[in-house]
Ligand binder design. Structure first.
Ligand SMILES: Cc1c2[nH]c(c1CCC(=O)O)Cc1[nH]c(c(CCC(=O)O)c1C)Cc1[nH]c(c(CCC(=O)O)c1C)Cc1[nH]c(c(C)c1CCC(=O)O)C2
Length: 344
């Protein structure tokens, strides 16, 4: 059996070329995605329709042959499973209803996997169609990132890097925020377990809002909940490798790599190459091409791909972007990267 390159890299092996996949590789830059999406006016319903979500997952695999597929879903399915209303308004991004009480959410945590079993069905459909040398990734939002959306309420700081509302709560009402994080650790552990059972071979934890946190808050809101989540996932019997993505925290990335028991650390666009090398000395890394370069293409794109290969290609490394692919990148630039890396 051929072991997917992604799994080799996560075992700490230096592969002949890095495995490649892109965050948000299923998305609006693909005409076939836009067509599929136009048939699903409600985004959450789209994510929870296994046939459609499997199709969205597989579209970039057919077009580009990435080394891994990531299940088409969203980090905001968890608040919905915990009883908070979530909807997407065109051009505005996500909107969430009032935060349910901690008591009512706590009662739903162990059911989170079952409540989102459609995501498991998507994974099973995709696994059955994916070549054995390609890995299948499941994911969830990290507790703090999901909490920032849940706590935001009417403040509408959603999408803004400061996460001012949630961070203010974290200081002003620590018991409440810590209780919400604990609820999310438990619910997310069950959700990830369900995904592993359904065929996910790797699980990624998206901490999109680790940026801008002073180090005491990083420890309390990011590091500790990740440690608790990893421990809980293992306690539930999950054995597949985990990738943590503490986006925007390059200054603390080595500490994260050393103290959190994930198997790989995903780095973001702004992470210096030298920091990446130091993290790589601790465990396998993933990242971190600037998504904007995919818009630009040409020599500038080739140059940066070469720099990444030079800096990180001699150790365990998964090639990816530093954040999600933008909706307006020319598709040919994705081919350009794959060819440059030797993946196409
Ligand atoms: C913060 C976050 C969210 N969702 C996600 C994150 C973490 C990663 C990151 O930082 O980008 C994660 C996510 N969202 C989606 C995936 C699918 C898998 C993939 O291809 O990577 C993944 C891994 C689909 C999606 N999730 C969303 C889309 C676009 C919706 C559409 O097609 O209309 C997709 C393809 C919607 C979404 N979902 C979210 C936002 C803020 C938005 C709106 C912004 C936008 O419109 O791009 C929350």
């Amino acid at each position: 059996m051929i072991e997917p390159l992604l799994l080799q890299a996560l075992k700490g092996q230096t592969t002949a070329r890095p495995p490649v996949w892109f965050m948000r590789q299923a998305g609006r830059y693909l005409p076939e995605y836009r067509e599929l999406r136009s048939r699903a006016p409600d985004f959450i319903a789209f994510c929870l329709n296994p046939e459609m979500a499997a199709e969205a997952t597989l579209q970039p695999m057919r077009r580009y042959g990435f080394d891994a597929a990531i299940v088409f879903a969203d980090i905001l399915l968890i608040p919905q499973a915990l009883g908070q209303k979530v909807w997407f308004e065109t051009g505005e991004g996500p909107r969430l209803g009032a935060l349910p009480s901690v008591e009512s959410m706590s009662a739903l945590t162990s059911n989170a996997g079952d409540a989102l079993r459609q995501v498991g069905e998507t994974l099973s459909i995709v696994r059955a169609q994916l070549e054995p040398e390609r890995a299948l990734i499941g994911f969830a939002g990290a507790p703090w990132t999901v909490a920032t959306y849940m706590l935001d309420g009417e403040a509408r700081t959603i999408g803004k890097g400061e996460r001012a509302t949630a961070r203010t709560y974290a200081y002003a009402e620590p018991e409440k925020v810590d209780a919400v994080l604990a609820v999310l650790v438990e619910a997310t552990a069950h959700y990830l377990k369900m995904q592993a059972d359904a065929g996910a071979q790797v699980l990624k934890i998206f901490e999109s809002w680790a940026e801008g946190l002073p180090d005491d808050l990083f420890e309390r809101l990011v590091l500790k909940p990740h440690q608790a989540l990893v421990a809980r996932v293992r306690e539930l019997g999950v054995t597949v490798p985990l990738i943590g993505f503490p986006r925007g925290s390059a200054a603390l990335a080595e500490r994260y790599a050393a103290e959190c028991d994930v198997q790989g650390v995903a780095l973001d666009t702004a992470c210096p190459l030298a920091v990446g090398q130091r993290v790589q000395a601790i465990k396998p890394i993933q990242g971190a091409l600037d998504p904007l370069l995919l818009r630009v293409g040409g020599a500038a794109l080739d140059r940066r791909v070469d720099q990444l290969v030079e800096a990180w290609g001699n150790g365990p490394w998964i090639f990816n972007l530093g954040h999600g692919i933008l909706p307006d990148v020319p598709m040919a630039h994705v081919d350009q990267v794959l060819k440059r890396i030797g993946a196409q």
